[in-house]
Design a protein around this ligand. Sequence first.
Ligand code: SAH
Length: 256
Amino acid sequence: MAPPTLKWLPNYWVRLEFAFIITCLLILLNVVKDQQLMSMGICPSKDSNANSMLVHRLQKYGVLNSKVAADAMRQIDRADYVLESRNAYVDSPQPIGYSATISAPHMHAYCLDYLLDHLKPGMSVLDVGSGSGYLSAVFALMVGENGRTVGVEHIPQLVKRSVDSIKKGPAAHLLEKGALSIHVADGKKGFPDAAPYDAIHVGAAAAELPKALVDQLKPGGRMVIPVVDSLMIIDKLEDGTIHEHSAMDVRYVPLV
Ligand code: SAH
């Protein structure tokens, strides 16, 4: 019997090689496209590398100086907290519905740096106008399970969504243990049940400094609050004296 012909082999290998080259080209095109999008701060979907790159850029440009805060921001993926995940890693505020926005990453970073000494493990923190829940989750990771983080938001749908978002990430166990909780309430009144607080962050612009929030600040504590168009740093000294100064001009949605 004649040996089987191997004439088909070259064609087969040529076709295989062709398919291989096309596959490589497609992969390469995809990588280039994703890198271009990511260099513009845009990522096609949830991507922990892109989240880390966002934090890295904030550190590189001197916006975020605290390593502890950077570590916490790296762990909380912004894609879990925005409506459009392809805009998750852009350094700008994003709409989250109900006329609210998740603040820009650089504003989160500034606030974390200002509050740093008051976000140590075991400390208590109040996040007024918690909105997406992103910053509450970051605070909760920083103060840990022996600390207490309270978010207060007046739109019930946002509270529900923020809790769902937090459950997707590493702060979920803090919700379960009660070290982190988000409540539907008027943030101007603070949250007296868990007061006083080492740190208070307000994520919406007040017309004037709410007295209830100052009262709920611990001696030695610090509040960061936008008042009209200034980001104010309010320090309560050990003797109860209040020191305040403006850190920068800002634009936030109003505290209503
Ligand atoms: N830090 C939040 C900011 C959300 S925008 C984030 O980055 O996601 C500000 C939020 O304050 C909005 O969700 C708005 O609904 C809420 N807000 C405004 N007035 C409020 C009030 N009186 N009490 C509680 N929340 C309020």
